[in-house]
Design a protein around this ligand. Structure first.
Ligand code: HAM
Length: 413
């Protein structure tokens, strides 16, 4: 049987085929995400992978609702696999925000599920780094998140030749929308047309805009004006003060597909324009109130960075580090009468924190040696007798003999 389309198997290195997904690369990405977020003072949280359907249908907007993995559970509740983390975070923050000092800075690495048409950079399951700040209205918080986004990508060795964060504002678009004379129209319908401008045939976008009383020229003029609003100027100033100004630019083509955004929004792209967005986010000041039925009102903002586009980008730029197993020690069992004593030695090395392997069953010495080389063991360790160990550095070929009780500390030195 095969896995479902759009779902990945992650294999340890060396991966079986060039297009297999690497568990080691996934760990490298997650470790970097975690490391950068923690350096910025963010704390890790998690929530359930299944939520009540209503959490998404009311708040995320049609685009994501059309992609839900939803079903009725055995208690006949309408539920859905999580397509994104933000509604769960809003729910969690609304229930216990009083227990936490504001601003709350949290991150998570959830696996998310969207029934999308499978294509390059888009699967039916992906992981995201989500970093969010709850309880701060000031643009200093928007800038803090954008700086974290930039530094996360820099920690993965990408530079400002490789990516850019395009900054925009729902507020600016809202002003544009409200100040234009048109007919009765829904702002979210308008935002969705803007969100698809890059991907849609211009004639189709033009028609859709005309239906709600706008012309494509009007929209293009606004995009080209590229004027920073006060809130965007404050964010840019803050990012520049950190010396990260060359990683951002204003681009009003960004508006974000999700319904809940209220203020500054942004997306990160590779500069060669080969891939879909690496990350996207923004301010969503009304979501916590909406999710809590009006009980808790807290401003909030954040971003999500996906692992799929990121892994493709790292491969394309040759930035995947050497991955795979490395071993501190391979314990060779040359004499089967010393197997029990060798197991004691393996245990001693592992307890000392050394990654250690040995042959599970009797094997020829050449075969054991070959295995030690395949596993890239640093040391080949062999019991000479019950008290004495022979150690060989497989890199330098240096050899030494040490008493059994001292072998772990000898290897650590
Ligand atoms: P999003 O733009 O839907 O935002 O997703 C963020 C990133 O996740 C995208 O830029 C992309 O890299 C990745 N991504 C999304 N869908 C897929 C997919 N089907 N396959 C592979 N990668 C994908 C959100 O989800 C917001 N909740 C982010 C956020 C957090 N906003 C505020 N806080």
């Amino acid at each position: 049987m095969k896995g479902l389309p759009g779902f990945r198997d992650f294999y340890p290195e060396p991966i079986p085929t060039a297009d297999s997904w690497s568990m080691d690369l996934r760990r490298y990405i997650f470790d970097t995400w975690r490391g950068t977020a923690e350096r910025y003072g963010f704390r890790e949280y998690d929530g359930p992978p299944i939520e009540e359907l209503g959490l998404y249908t009311k708040k995320s907007g049609d685009e994501i609702v059309g992609q839900l993995y939803n079903f009725n559970d055995k208690g006949d509740r309408g539920v859905s696999l999580r397509p994104e983390m933000t509604p769960t975070l809003a729910r969690m923050a609304a229930s216990h925000s009083r227990n936490y000092k504001k601003p709350i800075k949290w991150f998570s690495i959830p696996q998310l599920f969207r029934y999308e048409r499978q294509q390059k950079g888009r699967l039916r399951e992906h992981f995201q780094l989500n970093a969010d700040i709850i309880g701060e209205e000031n643009q200093a918080a928007d800038a803090e998140l954008i700086a974290l986004l930039i530094d996360t990508l820099r920690d993965l060795k990408l530079t400002n030749d490789d990516f850019v964060v395009r900054l925009s504002s729902r507020l600016a678009w809202q002003d544009f929308f409200e100040n234009s004379d048109g007919q009765e129209k829904d702002a979210y319908d308008f935002y969705q047309i803007i969100d698809k401008l890059d991907r849609e045939d211009p004639a189709v976008s033009g028609e859709k805009l005309a239906e709600i009383g706008f012309s494509i020229d009007q929209v293009n003029d606004f995009i080209e004006s590229g004027q920073a609003t006060d809130e965007l100027a404050a964010i840019i100033g803050n990012i520049e003060a950190r010396g990260l100004g060359n990683f951002i630019e204003i681009d009003y083509r960004i508006i974000r597909g999700l319904a809940y955004y209220t203020g500054p929004v942004y997306e990160a792209f590779d500069k060669r324009g080969k891939f879909r967005a690496i990350a996207g986010g923004g301010r969503y000041d009304h979501l916590v109130k909406l999710v809590s039925g009006g009980k808790t009102d807290l401003p909030a903002l954040g971003f999500g960075m996906g692992d799929v586009v990121l892994a493709e980008l790292l491969k394309e730029h040759g930035l995947v580090p050497a991955l795979g197993q490395t071993l501190d020690a391979f314990v060779q069992i040359a004499d089967e009468s010393l197997r029990d004593a060798s197991l004691g030695l393996v245990q001693q090395l592992r307890q000392a924190g050394l990654t250690t392997e040995y042959p599970l069953l009797k094997a020829k010495q050449e075969k054991q040696f070959k295995r030690a080389l395949e596993l890239k063991a640093k040391w080949l360790v062999t019991l000479d007798n019950a008290n004495q160990v022979h150690v060989k550095n497989l890199g330098t070929r240096k050899e030494l003999t040490v008493p059994l009780i001292e072998v772990a500390s000898a290897l650590q030195d």
